[in-house]
Ligand binder design. Structure first.
Ligand code: ARG
Length: 466
């Protein structure tokens, strides 16, 4: 049974079922580029340390270049018998360059190799995700700017609360995605550390230069100092970085899901606040009138999937004794699927943002129905000298009267309003209009259009720097 790296000790071949059960090549082959990069950095260091000859090193470089082109061309033959991406590539290398290929694994174990590969791969994906998050923020900022003056009923408890700028509402999501970017950047610092040199679990007796390998692989901090995992046992068994990445990814999806829920509600006939471009919707096979917001619905659904991966990974670690255990092979599919789901979702949302048609009249009509300026009347009374709690009570009576009359507060005649408090004057009506209410909230972080435009400018400057 020569196809296995550890075969001499074994008296019978692995059963086919066990082979299939334990193999990971059909999903971990996606790590090939990271695997080759890690091997090349390791080989370069082995030569620099006098552990590998210049000829062997050259042969390894030559072989790896060929393997890279074979994989890119789709002609590389992935073999289940060779279990995983690491053994597949190493076996092919030896096929191509002979004994030099067999020397590559000096001072290395698949345990530190796989941990290095996953970190390198994830680092690249985090960088792509950061760009996608920026693109989504940029798209939302654009729609926000266009709609700084559009009035939306702001809700609490899904009951009309106070008028807000639609642009302001969208910028709330930009804040969430900005925090997501920060979180990913923070996770990246802990992803970008080198396990190689830990070998199987205890380190190695070869004089490896771990810091050199880290620098070759770009595993350095912002001062250019090499980032090397400092405990060999931890280096091979730590998957915190994968868990915290998936946690950050889950939050991204939760934010996408909240936005999705709003888009779905707003597009429903009962709200009719927006329309989504046809290319993001589907019809019904039975009801000819239907146009369904499938994309946001699916995104809301896929949030469960990513949160599920977080639960999967965190449960995977629980109860694992030090150091490496095969359990860890199960880290890959959840991680891969999390990245794939996030990338597709962010791409489609950045595109969809531009496809939102806003219906300002419907939004305004809804805001007018809910006595959204009641707080403004209370604030007006406070300015006239009342304590806020007393003003609150007076306005509650006014709202009750308006409800009974079936009109908005702003439609009650002045004489009627003055029955609630004699201090109310003609100037009250400006604040009772939706626009007056909006303009009045001209405070840092508030919904006044001037503030919204200031935030748009701040986000633009921030995103241009990223
Ligand atoms: N395919 C394995 C993984 O994904 C590679 C490491 C295997 N190491 C071992 N000692 N079996 O974790």
């Amino acid at each position: 049974n020569k196809s296995q790296a550890w075969s001499a000790l074994f008296s019978e071949p692995m059963s086919d079922l066990v082979k299939r059960y334990t193999a990971s090549v059909f999903f971990d082959k996606r790590l090939w580029a990271a695997d080759i990069a890690g091997s090349l950095a390791h080989a370069e260091m082995l030569q620099a340390q006098g552990i590998l000859s210049a000829e062997d090193h050259a042969a390894i470089e030559r072989g790896m270049a060929q393997i890279k082109s074979e994989i890119e061309a789709g002609s590389f033959e992935w073999k289940l018998d060779l279990e995983d991406v690491h053994l597949n590539i190493e076996a092919r290398l030896t096929e191509l360059v002979g004994v030099a290929g067999k020397r590559l694994h000096t001072g290395r174990s698949r345990n530190d190799q796989v941990a290095t590969d996953v970190r390198l791969w994830l680092r690249g994906e985090i960088d792509e995700l950061s760009l996608l998050l920026n693109a989504l923020q940029t798209a939302l900022v654009e729609v926000a700017e266009k709609n700084a003056e559009v009035i939306l009923p702001g809700f609490t408890h899904l009951q009309v609360a106070q008028p807000v700028s639609f642009g302001h509402h969208l910028l709330a999501y930009v804040e969430m995605f900005a925090r997501d970017s920060e979180r990913l950047a923070d996770v990246r610092r802990r992803v970008n550390r080198l396990p190689l040199g830990a070998a199987a679990l205890a380190g190695t007796s070869y004089p490896l230069d771990r810091e050199r390998v880290a620098r070759t692989l770009g595993m350095v901090d912002d001062k250019g100092v090499a980032c090397v995992c400092q405990n060999s046992l931890d280096a091979v068994s730590d998957r915190d970085f994968a868990i915290e990445f998936t946690a950050a990814a889950s939050l991204v999806m939760v934010h996408v899901s909240r936005l999705s829920e709003e888009l779905i509600l707003w597009m429903s006939q009962a709200f009719s606040f927006i329309d989504l471009a046809d290319r993001f919707c589907t019809g019904s096979s039975i009801m000819p009138q239907k146009k369904n917001p499938d994309v946001p619905e699916l995104a809301r659904g896929k949030t469960g999937r990513v949160v599920g991966h977080l639960m999967g990974l965190i449960t995977l670690m629980k109860g694992q004794p030090l150091a490496y255990n095969k359990d860890n092979q199960e880290d890959k599919e959840p991680l891969f699927d999390t990245v794939d789901t996030l990338k597709d979702t962010l791409r489609i949302f950045a595109e969809m943002a531009g496809g939102i048609t806003v219906k300002p009249e419907a939004m305004e009509r809804a805001a007018l129905k809910g006595y959204a300026t009641a707080t403004d009347l209370a604030d007006y009374l406070v300015k006239k000298g009342l304590a806020f709690r007393d003003a609150h009570e007076i306005v509650a009576h006014a709202v009750k009267t308006a409800i009974q009359a079936g009109v908005d507060l702003s439609q009650l005649p002045l004489s009627e309003l003055q029955k609630f408090d004699a201090r109310i004057g003609e100037d009250v009506f400006e604040g009772l209009s939706l626009r007056g209410s909006l303009e009045a909230r001209n405070i840092l972080g508030g919904t006044a259009p001037a503030q919204v435009r200031a935030q748009v400018a701040r986000h633009r400057a921030r995103l241009a720097q990223a």
